[in-house]
Each structure stands twice: as structure tokens, then as C-alpha cells.
Write a protein of this length. Structure first.
Length: 373
């Protein structure tokens, strides 16, 4: 009896000494059984797409664009698309159009891979969604890679197609809303500036009709030229009179003729100056100043209206460029065999990690034992 007791005690000590190895072996056996027998097959649909905009103008070639590759804006759009495909809104769309809850809760998955509760809260469902749908951006190639796992090929293919269709629609809706707001604002500005331009032009025409002058500024310049010419002639006749007075009397016919011409020129100059100073009760220079002010207002309104029209046309072109198209490099595949789980790979990886951990524990046990001894 004593020998049996000693034998049991010895066995117990050996078991305790090698408990970590026993746990390691049991874990490897259980996990291998799960991956080899129990784990459910999962089919994966793959899709590779790029997001493109219509090229309505030739792209500018510059040194900076060569260095950057010119894909910064496109990558930003791709990141926005990736974020939307991973969003709760996209999940809700799949719930409504692809029976997402029902398939992943009752589609044949094992305990660890299926959705544990068909009526799970949206936050929990979203976490599960991110485990089954992978959307990653290859920034170097500018390609969005989409992988969808499901428990049958048709569901995986359906979800991948819905992701592409809904994603393209969302990007177009987002760009269209922004463009429409910009166009609407600019159209209002164009209407206002057009009205202001027409008012200033009408005010200018009415002022011309009121004063009976097409161009008061031109009239002033013309009258100034006439006065200058007459004054030049007057100076010439006065010089002739001075020359004749040196050897002729004041009553001589030549002196009398020149005096008459001088008087006529002085009278004409006075009349022209009066015309320049006032016309119909208004000073012509004041009329010209007011006309210039109205003309500047009309010109400014015209330039503003022209600039707004150009901006509106540019925005309309930009609105067309904001329309996105998903160009498919690889359309969603119809899986022919289950890619997941990678049974042999998972068994080997788990076995290696378990043995490595058991080896570390064994070394720690030996170190502790040596210290005790």
C-alpha cells in the first residue's frame, strides 16, 4: 500500500514538473481539431478598383507633379471612398439589401466565426462587419482592394457588388451636392451683377440723353482744341498789328483790317469759352466729370459681371469633373473554393507559438529550480 502511494506521488510530481508541456500538447491538439474539422469554410470575393474623374482639360505637366505623381487628390478621394465602405451607413445598406444579419447569423458558420446574435446592437454588428469585409488602399498603385468573406460564394459576390455600386453612387452624390451649392451661389451672384451692370448702363445712357451729348469728355476736348487754335491765330494777328504799327498809321486800311480780325477772334474765343464753361445751365466740365464717374461705374460693373460669368462657367466644368467613376481592374469574383480559413497554416503557426511559449516556461522552471537548490 505504501509502495502504491509512493508511486502515485512520484507520478504526480512528474506531471506537475511537465504540466506546461502537457498544457501545450493539449492546446495544440484542440486547436488543430478546430482548424482541421470544426472551423467553417469561408468564401472570399475579391475586387480591385480605381476612382477616376473625366479629363475635361489636359493635365498640367510640372516638375512638382512629376515628383508627386499627380495622384494626391485621387488618393484623397480613394480614402474617402474607403472610409464610406467601412462605415455604419454602408453596413445598414447591406442589412437592408443583402440580408447581412440573417446570413452571418444562420448561414452555416461555426460558433467562433458566425454572428452570435442576429439582433445584435449596431455597434457590435459593425465590429463583426469589419472582420468580414476588408477595404484597403494601395497608395503606391492607387488601387482600392476589397475582400468580402461569406459562408457561401453567392453572398460574398453579392456584397462585393453592392459595395462597388453604392460606393460610386455615394461619391457622385457627395461631389454633386457640393458642385450644385457652388453653382447656385455663383448663379445668384451673376444675376445680381447683371442687374447692377444693366442699371449703370441705363444711367449712363439717360445722362447722355439728358445733356444731349454722346461723349461730354470728347466735347470738352474738342472745344479746348478750338480755343487753343483761335488763341494761336489771335496771337499771330496781334504780332502782325505790332509790325504794321511801326510804319503805318492807326487809320490805315491794313491796321483797320487787322483790328477787325483781332476783335472777331477775341469775340469767338469768348463764345467758345462760354460754351466750355456752361451749357444749358450746367458747366460742361461738371457734366464731363459726372459722365466719367458714371462711365467708371459701368465699366466696373461690366468687369465684375464678366468675372462672375467666367467663374460660373469654370465651376460648371468643375462640377462635371467631380463626377466619379469606379473603373474596375478586377470585378468581384465568384469564389470557386473556400480560401478561409487557412487550416494548415493556422495549425503550424499556433503549434510553433505554443511550443515556443512552453519552452520559455520550461526555462523559467529550470532557473527557479536551480536557485532553490
Amino acid at each position: 500500500m505504501k509502495e502504491v502511494s509512493l508511486m502515485n506521488s512520484s507520478v504526480s510530481q512528474k506531471l506537475m514538473r511537465h504540466l506546461h508541456w502537457i498544457i501545450c500538447v493539449v492546446a495544440i491538439v484542440l486547436v488543430s481539431f478546430y482548424w482541421a474539422v470544426w472551423a467553417s469554410d469561408r468564401y472570399v470575393s475579391h475586387a480591385h478598383v480605381v476612382l477616376e474623374s473625366p479629363q475635361l482639360a489636359s493635365p498640367e505637366l510640372s516638375f512638382s507633379s512629376l515628383l508627386s505623381g499627380g495622384g494626391g487628390a485621387n488618393n484623397a478621394d480613394m480614402l474617402l471612398l474607403r472610409d464610406y465602405l467601412r462605415s455604419v451607413d454602408m453596413l445598414q445598406y447591406l442589412v437592408e439589401n443583402a440580408n447581412f444579419r440573417e446570413h452571418y447569423a444562420h448561414g452555416g458558420g461555426d460558433f467562433f466565426t458566425r454572428l452570435s446574435n442576429e439582433d445584435a446592437p449596431l455597434e457590435e454588428l459593425h465590429d463583426y462587419y469589419l472582420k468580414r469585409v476588408s477595404v484597403e488602399l494601395d497608395e503606391y498603385a492607387g488601387v482600392l482592394r476589397i475582400d468580402v468573406e461569406a459562408f457561401n460564394p453567392k453572398e460574398a459576390h453579392l456584397i462585393a457588388n453592392l459595395l462597388l455600386e453604392r460606393g460610386e453612387q455615394h461619391m457622385n452624390d457627395m461631389g454633386r451636392r457640393l458642385a450644385e451649392e457652388q453653382v447656385k451661389f455663383l448663379q445668384q451672384q451673376v444675376d445680381q451683377l447683371q442687374s447692377a451692370f444693366e442699371q449703370t448702363r441705363q444711367a449712363l445712357v439717360e445722362y447722355q440723353n439728358e445733356n444731349g451729348l454722346v461723349s461730354p469728355t470728347g466735347t470738352v476736348e474738342s472745344l479746348s482744341g478750338v480755343v487753343s487754335t483761335l488763341e494761336g491765330q489771335l496771337a499771330s494777328y496781334k504780332a502782325q498789328k505790332t509790325a504794321l504799327s511801326s510804319f503805318q498809321s492807326a487809320s490805315s486800311p491794313e491796321i483797320v483790317r487787322i483790328n477787325s480780325q483781332i476783335a472777331a477772334l477775341e469775340d469767338q474765343i469768348e463764345k467758345e469759352k462760354q460754351r466750355l464753361a456752361a451749357q444749358s445751365g450746367n458747366a460742361l466740365n461738371s457734366v464731363s466729370s459726372e459722365y466719367q464717374r458714371l462711365q467708371l461705374q459701368a465699366k466696373f460693373a461690366e468687369e465684375s459681371y464678366s468675372g462672375a460669368l467666367s467663374a460660373l462657367q469654370s465651376t460648371q466644368v468643375e462640377a462635371a469633373r467631380k463626377l466619379k467613376q469606379l473603373s474596375t481592374l478586377q470585378s468581384p469574383t465568384m469564389p470557386q473554393y473556400p480560401e478561409q480559413p487557412e487550416r494548415l497554416y493556422n495549425i503550424i503557426v499556433f503549434g510553433v507559438i505554443s511550443l515556443f511559449i512552453a519552452l520559455i516556461v520550461n526555462m523559467l522552471v529550470l532557473i527557479i529550480k536551480d536557485h532553490r537548490d
